[in-house]
Design a protein around this ligand. Structure first.
Ligand code: ITT
Length: 197
């Protein structure tokens, strides 16, 4: 069986491939199939994950697994949240997460020291079938933000996020360590539990 990983984000694709690998399912990325990126018009992680999985399953005729995720900062009322990718875009639409992390830092500084640095990542995974079925799962990991950014592993906001009970940022951790606790891994665990029932 073939599964479309309905993402154009290479960091996500790498992590999802690693999560799926033990199950021996053949995977193909959305970019490899030249699938378009649907416009993310949803107002929640799950809504956006569902529209991406639905579009990929319909266009490919294959089951599709999508991921909508982001960083939510408590002191910023949950921003950037579902707009996490957009916060990294410059005027020309190019993504620069160094810039995005600076924006978060500046917003937090404006909020004041007492606002705190608590944050969490959310990941919604949706699995859609060409026959119209769809199931979604959500995972979260809580922690706090640090500056300056540390580590080159992972992607996106990983260099500024330290999960609760740890010292290293996701950017400093080995991929296996991130997979042991990440929002994505937790959502995937729920998906696997559901598939088993
Ligand atoms: P697709 O829609 O093609 O999957 P995208 O990058 O546009 O890719 P999102 O709209 O879900 O995906 O944006 C989520 C952003 O949140 C992503 O670009 C990262 O910057 C950030 N993010 C999500 N998971 C992350 C993780 O595990 N570590 C660091 N940053 C993460």
């Amino acid at each position: 069986p073939k599964l479309v990983i309905a993402t154009h984000n290479e960091g996500k694709l790498r992590e999802i491939r690693a999560l799926v690998a033990p199950f021996g399912i053949e995977c193909v990325g959305a970019a490899e199939l030249d699938l378009p990126e649907p416009e993310e018009t949803g107002t929640s992680f799950v809504a956006n994950a569902e529209l991406k999985a639905r579009a990929a399953a319909d266009l490919s005729g294959l089951p599709a697994l999508s991921d909508d995720s982001g960083l939510s900062v408590d002191a910023l009322n949950g921003q950037p949240g579902i707009h996490s990718a957009r916060w990294a875009e410059d005027e020309s639409g190019r993504r620069d997460f160094g810039h995005a992390m600076e924006k978060v830092e500046a917003a937090l500084r404006a909020a004041g020291e007492e606002a705190g640095r608590d944050a969490h990542f959310t990941c919604a995974l949706s699995l859609a079938w060409p026959d119209g079925r769809i199931e979604s799962f959500e995972g979260k990991v809580f922690g706090h933000l640090v500056w300056p950014p540390r580590g080159d592993n992972g992607f996106g906001y990983d260099p500024v996020f330290v999960p609760h009970g740890h010292e290293l940022t996701f950017g400093e951790m080995a991929p296996e360590a991130k997979h042991a606790m990440s929002h994505r891994a937790q959502a995937f665990e729920q998906l696997v539990a559901w598939l088993r029932t």
